[in-house]
Design a protein around this ligand. Structure first.
Ligand code: GLN
Length: 506
């Protein structure tokens, strides 16, 4: 069991809990913490390109306000749970501060008049928004290379991708700019970059976190969620942002705040299902090794490992790459240079149509254009039944496979969570897959099914690939039944109390 033994040492000072506690104990002012974050971002971002904007002035104003509030409340006051914690927000989540660009020329100067509900809740809980992070344009991609502002680089090896589409959020936290960030996940965009950058990230149950203020990509799949070093750091951020929001009609009205204290409950007797598909598929050798080591660690922690089947998992990629583009083609229709988005120059006497076409041609990058064309095609008459309806049927079967794995009915596996890799390989080289869209889509093999089924999925650092020149993190994934976030966080936390992968840094 690698790393056991080191795990009991006190956590690194860049961990969210360490920062929060040092402020709460009065050891550091918010101003000191935020200044430190700004210094790290300013000096580090030219290397990683993880950030689209550093909100230095805004963050310093807020830090001064929080320090003033603190001194008027007195040292004994109970502070809000994220008081003074610097946070980075993916640039497809609306913030009143700065711009919300979606890493697209189309929205390069867009300023949101409001904060997304998730952002508002972070701020209400005392967080300080210090930057917006780079992403694949409109969150379409899995490498961070499809950004109008240039690719993000992986802090573990600057010649490699950080994953995507929450590329900047992952790279920024891994590089130590802030202890946590928000991402969005439509088909793996929190879990995959978290895995490739050595972080813990969770895609909540569909509806758990409000989508109000998240710029829509594929509305039936999109969720906002946190990324941080460890499950114990992810938990308070999730607690802050989740809960019912009347402004999002798909928001669930489930038990709102609960949970962080459940993390310490041991997992003796918990049942973890490992899909035969995850063990047999042609994985990278290091990923297979780490999966087996993770299984051994969970066994040692008292969990029962159960072999399960997800027979329709193979259909996930095909179904996702029909459904997501179909919804995207509809969602992105609003960016026409008139209702929304940057307008191309109009020549006198030119038909209106030409202005729309030019605005969309200039405003969208090639991957976004590809998705819009794919989506328009699969929804067009004559193809709708063959592609779109078939994909919806596959979606149901994928969901049913998971439901069966979790079912407690006699003869059913009755697992508390499913364990499988988060990605088929560690971080690949920049440029390696960017001209081959299909190979990039295949990286999503373990993540898209979870979005199609609407379930919570968590990825956590579980080991390293040491076969090349750089040490590269490898992430495993836990998938739970609907509203099972706290079980997933608890399982990951118990794993992290026995290992120290989450305490390694580039
Ligand atoms: N990589 C997937 C895609 O390109 C997932 C993106 C996401 O989750 N936003 O669509």
């Amino acid at each position: 069991m690698s790393g056991a033994g080191d795990a009991s040492q006190s956590p690194r000072p860049d961990r969210l809990l360490a920062i929060r506690n040092s402020i709460a104990r009065g050891e550091r002012s918010v101003r000191e913490v935020v200044t430190d974050a700004i210094d790290r971002m300013t000096s580090g971002n030219p290397r990683t390109n993880a950030l689209t904007q550093i909100l230095a002035d805004e963050a310093m104003v807020r830090a001064a306000e929080l320090d003033a509030a603190r001194s008027s409340l007195g040292p004994a006051a109970t502070l809000p749970p994220l008081f003074g914690v610097p946070m980075i927000i993916k640039d497809n989540i609306c913030t009143r501060l700065g711009r919300t660009t979606c890493a697209s020329r189309m929205l390069e100067n867009y300023r949101s008049p409001f904060d997304a509900t998730s952002v508002r809740r972070l701020v209400e809980d005392g967080a300080v928004i210090v930057a917006k992070s780079n992403l694949d344009e409109f969150a379409m991609g899995g490498s961070g290379e499809h950004s109008a502002f240039g690719p993000t680089r992986n802090p573990w090896d600057l010649s490699r991708v950080p994953g995507g589409s929450s590329s900047g959020s992952a790279a920024a936290v891994a590089a130590g700019y802030a202890p946590a960030a928000l991402g969005s996940d439509t088909g793996g965009s929190i879990r995959q970059p978290a895995a490739l950058c050595g972080l813990t990230g969770i895609k909540p149950t569909y509806g758990r976190v409000s989508r109000l203020g998240l710029v829509a990509f594929a509305s039936s799949l999109d969720q906002v969620g946190p990324m941080a070093h460890a499950a114990a750091d992810v938990a308070p951020v999730l607690e802050a942002i989740m809960g019912h929001d009347p402004g999002d009609s798909t928001s669930l009205d489930a038990d709102a705040r609960q949970g962080s204290e459940l993390l310490t409950t041991p997992i003796v007797g918990l049942r973890l299902g490992v899909p035969s598909q995850a063990r047999s598929s042609a994985n990278h050798a290091s990923v297979s090794r780490v999966l087996e080591q993770t299984i051994a660690t969970f066994r040692a922690a008292g969990a029962t490992i159960v072999d399960i089947d997800l027979p329709h998992a193979d259909a996930g990629i095909a179904a996702y790459y029909i459904i997501a583009p179909a919804e995207a083609s509809s969602n992105l229709a609003r960016y026409d240079g008139v209702r929304f988005g940057r307008r191309a120059a109009v020549t006198q006497g030119e038909p209106l149509e030409a202005m729309y076409t030019r605005s969309r041609t200039e405003g969208f990058g090639s991957e976004v254009q590809r998705r819009i064309m794919l989506g328009t095609h699969v929804l067009s008459s004559g193809y709708y039944d063959a592609y779109y309806l078939t994909a919806l049927r596959a979606r149901r079967l994928i969901k049913r496979d998971f439901d069966r794995a979790f079912s407690r009915d006699p003869g059913m596996p009755g697992v508390h969570a499913v364990l499988m890799p988060a990605t088929p390989s560690p971080a690949f080289a920049l440029g390696e897959k960017v001209s081959d869209p299909l190979s990039l889509y295949l990286e999503d093999v373990y993540t898209v099914g979870v979005n199609l089924a609407g379930l919570p999925g968590l990825s956590f650092p579980a080991g390293f690939d040491t076969s090349g020149t750089a040490r590269l993190p490898i992430g495993m994934q836990l998938v739970g039944p609907a509203l099972g976030e706290w079980t997933l966080l608890r399982i990951a936390h118990q794993f992290q109390s026995l290992t120290d992968h989450h305490e390694q840094r580039p």
